[in-house]
Design a protein around this ligand. Structure first.
Ligand code: ZN
Length: 547
């Protein structure tokens, strides 16, 4: 008997792994849903590197591929973007209209509100805040899964608190995110899991030592060219992630960061045996390094090339670990927004209109200019840079505010770098968008991230290819956040063992992900309860969208 068992085990061990994992009939619900958001992973990056992937991103590229996914709204920032992925709702409904907005009625001195904070905490500011899901107005997939079956576990691990909060929802079982020096949790009394402690110790030790430059893969050689930036002694683009002792921000902007996030996620999957229980579990992962790499080095240099190939490799390792644990999982990978390269490199590679914004467009500078012209005291305008939502100082009398609005709109519209300006009244009156997102007018895009309570008095849209960082020599060189498609388009990739792959080039939205996953796991959604629609992931007459 014992010998027979041993023989059977030996035979099993000799069978190739792929054969051990039987294809799962599509009618069988997956036990684990893995949701991965790669911050700033634009559809353009996916297209540029797709032919070079050999690991995890290659696997996903052979699944159900929507290369034209849209974060369809105007405010293409991290917090709004992450708020769409697992709620099925656009920011106009999630309430997450930006990373930061201005609330002049806030009780504290700092009127800027960070999207995933609780500003009511005494002594807090938008920089030194208490992490909270207070501002997310709708439930997430995990919230609804737990409502339907309290045994479902929801675990979120991310490089940014706002990614973990917006995707993890109101009551995750575990939520861990990087807080500058360590992975921490906002969940009261959360015991630090072993994988978190191990990662924190490992990172602390690694940071005490300098890190050598990473090897340059052959495929990245053509990108190995320093780009000069006005006012910068070194320009950007040849460091290959070399860093000195305790350079935490350099660690964050490197593939090492994503590897640690995935190691924590995989460790927590193991420790909690996610996907092995009675009900479906949800593992949410926010990989943040691509965004920091994009901001620090641009999207088309050696660093992004190394990052893309490393991401592919570490995702491959992660999926292989899951395979070996024999968990039946479905994975979806997408991004919170796209991005555009630094204008200096764009301008010398076939995009001559790419430029940095005029510092006069910044809300502070514009407010001062208006104040001088209209002889007003105080800041006059509040805003977060040269575009997006702008607020008029509530300390001014209503009649004066109306005059400031008219003058500010006129001044912005007259500027050659400004495409258009929408007032709050225009946005409130605009119909909600519908139809394919690439056909939406600009006001419809802005309407999709308009919230009557939180949005500004007017919304400034810069012309395409204007980077809203006036000075590229003092930190970030490139960014996102615009109404234009390079910031809106992201890939949406689904994969499950046994699921027949297909590629659908027509556009879909990130708000479609949540109802699609709900359909796949048999979670009913009330009609009209989300902005997105279920995408049928099954080829042929069978459907994963029963509702
Ligand atoms: Zn982001």
């Amino acid at each position: 008997m014992k010998l027979k068992l041993l023989a059977a085990l030996l035979a099993l061990a000799a069978t190739p792994l792929a054969a051990q994992q039987r294809s799962v009939a599509p009618s069988v619900r997956p036990k684990l849903v893995v949701v991965i958001s790669v911050d700033q992973f634009s559809a353009d990056l996916f297209a540029e590197y797709r032919g070079l992937y050999t690991g995890g991103l290659r696997r996903l590229s052979q699944g159900v591929v929507f290369p034209a996914g849209y974060q369809s709204h105007a405010a293409t920032e991290t917090c709004p973007g992450h708020s769409t992925i697992l709620t099925g709702d656009r920011p106009g409904r999630t309430g997450i209209i930006a990373n930061n907005w201005v609330d002049q009625s806030a009780a504290r001195a700092d009127k800027s509100i960070y999207c995933s904070e609780d500003e009511r905490v005494a002594g807090s500011s938008s920089e030194h805040y208490t992490v909270s899901d207070l501002h997310l107005r709708v439930p997430t997939l995990g919230d609804l899964m737990q409502r339907a079956d309290p045994r479902s576990r929801v675990v979120a691990v991310a490089g940014k608190d706002r990614a973990a909060v917006m995707m993890g929802g109101h009551n995750p079982t575990q939520r861990w995110y990087w807080a500058g020096r360590a992975f921490v949790s906002d969940r009261a009394g959360a015991r630090e899991p072993g994988p978190v402690t191990q990662a924190n110790n490992r990172i602390a030790t690694a940071l005490t030592r300098p890190r050598e430059a990473m090897a340059l893969p052959d495929a990245c050689e053509s990108r190995d060219r320093a780009i000069p930036i006005a006012g910068s002694a070194t320009g950007v683009g040849t460091g290959r992630f070399a860093r000195g002792e305790n350079e935490r921000s350099a660690f964050r902007a490197s593939p090492d960061f994503d590897r640690e996030i995935l190691t924590v996620a995989e460790g927590m999957r193991d420790e909690m045996r996610l996907g092995e229980g009675a009900s479906t579990d949800l593992l949410i992962i926010g990989l943040s390094a691509t965004d920091y790499v994009g901001h620090t080095f641009g999207t088309r240099g050696t660093e992004m090339c190394i990052q893309m190939l490393a991401l592919d490799r570490i995702l491959g390792d992660f999926f292989r670990d899951l395979d070996q644990e024999n968990v039946d999982y479905v994975v979806v990978l997408t991004a919170d927004h796209g991005g555009i390269d630094l204008p200096e490199r764009s301008a010398e590679t076939g995009a001559p209109t790419a430029a940095r914004s005029d510092p006069a467009l910044n809300a502070t500078a514009m407010g001062q200019a208006l104040g001088r012209r209209l002889r007003l005291q105080g800041p006059v305008l509040f805003g977060d840079g040269p575009f997006g939502d702008m607020w008029i100082d509530r300390a001014l009398a209503p009649r004066v505010r109306a005059r400031v609005l008219a003058e500010a709109v006129r001044a912005y519209r007259a500027h050659p770098q400004v495409q258009t300006v929408f007032t709050r009244a225009e946005l409130a009156a605009a119909p909600l968008p519908s139809g394919p997102p690439e056909t939406w007018s600009l006001i419809q895009r802005a309407r999709a991230s308009f919230d009557p309570e939180r949005s500004g008095d007017f919304y400034v849209v810069l012309k395409p290819r204007i980077t809203p960082i006036a000075d590229g020599s003092r930190g970030y060189v490139a960014t996102h956040g615009s109404i234009w498609d390079y910031d809106r388009r992201v890939p949406i990739l689904f994969w499950r063992r046994g699921l027949t792959g297909f590629e659908q080039p027509l556009s879909v939205e990130t708000v479609d992900i949540m109802p699609s996953l709900a359909g796949l796991i048999g979670l009913p959604l009330a009609p009209g309860s989300v902005d997105g629609r279920c995408l049928d992931l099954l080829v042929g007459p069978a459907t994963s969208c029963p509702n």
